[in-house]
Design a protein around this ligand. Sequence first.
Ligand SMILES: CCCCCCCCCC/C=C/CC(=O)SCCNC(=O)CCNC(=O)[C@H](O)C(C)(C)COP(=O)(O)OP(=O)(O)OC[C@H]1O[C@@H](n2cnc3c(N)ncnc32)[C@H](O)[C@@H]1OP(=O)(O)O
Length: 288
Amino acid sequence: MNFSRLLKTTSALTSRWLCSGRFQSTSAAAQKLVDVSVDSKTGVSIVSLNRKPVNSLSLELFKEFCGVMDDLESEKVRGMILKSSCDNVFSSGLDITELYPHPDEDRFHAFWLWFQETWIKLYGSSFPTVAFINGHAPAGGCVLAISCEYRIMLPYYKIGLNEAPVGIVAPDWVVNSLKSVLASRKAEQLLTSGRLLDTQEAFDIGLIDKIVNNEEEALARSEEFFSTFDNVPKLARALTKQQVRKNEISKLIKNRSNDAKLFLNHILRPETQKIIGSYFKSLKDRKK
Ligand SMILES: CCCCCCCCCC/C=C/CC(=O)SCCNC(=O)CCNC(=O)[C@H](O)C(C)(C)COP(=O)(O)OP(=O)(O)OC[C@H]1O[C@@H](n2cnc3c(N)ncnc32)[C@H](O)[C@@H]1OP(=O)(O)O
């Protein structure tokens, strides 16, 4: 099966979940969780995550984001910049309330499938993608950034995959996305320590590509990146990118339901619930 068909194919079980209207946000029409605009100078689409206060990643946000990615694919956009509309935070990672306390199993299953779908669409997009990391990007926030092709970050923020210290093991598709950016040894060090790096450290190890001081500079650096493809036929570029990324994506597509079951079992374990519960409490207590 060719890769474009594989991208559209998913197991019957997964399709049932992704296509069902369940877990529709009642306020979807009232509040957009993902904004899209077009930079009139460059024709590049700017996609801003807009779930205040910290862009924690909920089922509804994933669904809306996937819809946006589908639109951008059919419009054959020149490129996309992913950023945040929240002050100081790119994304605070998965919405912990989707995981704790003891989530509804059906909702968690759907939540995880939409997280996978988001990764598949972002990591496998045909058009060039830049993450403008204009705030902290821990955990799932870092996953979004490393799924893009190029990363530009403002100074003095933190980025990394901090799952291990809270007793969580990242799935192989997350590990492999990190290994597509960093050498295996660096990726292992980052994952096993769960350390969040500041912007300069992230630049020094190659986790991000450029440090900028403001949005104007970010747009200029993004344009430099996009223009490296101006003389490359779009289709050849897209197929080449997908050729590089297809093994990881195919592996997940074939294993989606299992991957979801595995994480559901992990999340529902009393020990995991306890760890996430005390982590969440410490997050809330910090401000007291
Ligand atoms: C954990 C189980 C995962 C199982 C699967 C593992 C698979 C690995 C693949 C990748 C998946 C990763 C898992 C995750 O993403 S879990 C989320 C991890 N996120 C974090 O550890 C970040 C937590 N947040 C922060 O450190 C800070 O909020 C911040 C991002 C640095 C911003 O700080 P700031 O001071 O600006 O804001 P506050 O801390 O005051 O936050 C404002 C309110 O938002 C609440 N909040 C913050 N983050 C989350 C979140 N991820 N989910 C839900 N709610 C969140 C925070 O508590 C404040 O609420 P309050 O106003 O009511 O106090």
